[in-house]
Structure formats: structure tokens, C-alpha cells
Ligand binder design. Sequence first.
Ligand code: ZN
Length: 60
Amino acid sequence: MSNRSNRKCATGKVGFCSQRRAMMACARIAANSRRDYLPERAYHCWRCGRWHLTSQPKEG
Ligand SMILES: [Zn+2]
């Protein structure tokens, strides 16, 4: 497991240490944002070992 939590992921996305944290952030974004583009779910990233948010229905 990678412990380099301060390194930016190759995806350029914000990484969360757990799915729960990612989903909490997802809910917060959805509540505060006026954007059309909103994250819908979290997925585990094999690049950095953390969780990212995506609006894509498939793994990305
Ligand atoms: Zn990542």
C-alpha cells in the first residue's frame, strides 16, 4: 500500500483515504455546487491506492 498521501495522483484528481470519505465529499460537493457536472460515485484508484470521485458510470 502506498503511504505517499501528499503526492498528487497521475489522474490529477483529489484522493481520499477511504470510500466513505470520498462519498462524504461527494455529498458535500453536490450540496454546494451549481455545476451540471457532479461526481456520482467513488472508485478505487490503482495508481495511488486512494479513492477518487467520478461522474462516469464506468471505472476510469
Ligand atoms: Zn489515484
